[in-house]
Design a protein around this ligand. Structure first.
Ligand code: DC
Length: 212
């Protein structure tokens, strides 16, 4: 089995690159951010005192690259700016992280995959053979998010996206539980001047060299 773990901030190109890697290497792609987003979508209208119970009755599955929440495909719904903002806070909650980390490890036990998120190289799969941290300048990352939303015909305001993205970076890097950080033994890649294909090829070449 082969496991490729990728961490990095919002808009660093992780999902684009992970999708390309999954296609080129013929292994599954696990988007852990989508799992936090799906849980947020489910819990956002409930009282926090009921979160634990509701979560224990919630199912999250991937079929190909689509994510299903309690059997419903929520792949598009979880991408709104509202869910992006709320997820940054929901993902700080300990028992949500415990449940999802457990689920992510179980998925990886069963199959080869490229898994991306914020704590994959540090917490979820610290023993993965191939570990990468992807980053890019905040302005480049905000522009990528902006273009993604336009592509999906969703409303987008570049300045608001940049502002939200900086707030989320701050939130993700400074939370107590599993903050986003560059682990000691990861290969750091700055993708500011690279597109998805180029970044994926760089990763494949590093895997091939065997020194990651
Ligand atoms: O990668 P993304 O933008 O879809 O992630 C959404 C949010 O989920 C983001 O604020 C960070 C959080 N997240 C996390 O805390 N741990 C992960 N492994 C993946 C995402």
């Amino acid at each position: 089995m082969i496991h490729i773990a990728i961490d990095g901030p919002a808009g660093s190109g992780k999902s684009t690159v992970a999708k390309i890697l999954s296609r080129k290497l013929n292994i599954s792609y696990i988007d852990t951010g989508a799992m936090y987003r799906a849980v947020t979508l489910k819990l956002k209208d409930f009282d926090p005192k009921d979160f634990n119970r509701i979560l224990s009755e919630t199912s999250i599955d991937f079929i190909g690259q689509d994510i299903f929440l309690d059997g419903k495909n929520v792949s598009s719904e979880i991408r709104s700016e509202e869910i992006s903002r709320l997820t940054s806070d929901f993902s700080k909650i300990d028992f949500i992280r415990e449940k999802l980390v457990d689920l992510q490890r179980k998925i990886a036990e069963k199959k080869s995959c490229v898994m991306e998120g914020r704590d994959i190289t540090t917490v979820v799969l610290p023993h993965a053979k191939y570990k990468f941290f992807l980053s890019a300048a905040p302005e480049v990352r905000a522009k990528r998010r902006y273009d993604q939303l336009l592509e999906k015909n969703m409303l987008a305001d570049y300045n608001k996206i940049l502002e939200d993205l900086k707030k989320r970076d701050e939130n993700d890097m400074n939370r107590k539980n599993s903050p986003l950080k560059v682990g000691d033994d990861v290969t750091f890649i700055d993708s500011s001047d690279l597109n998805g294909e180029e970044t994926a090829d760089l990763i494949i070449s590093k895997i091939g060299e065997g020194h990651v």
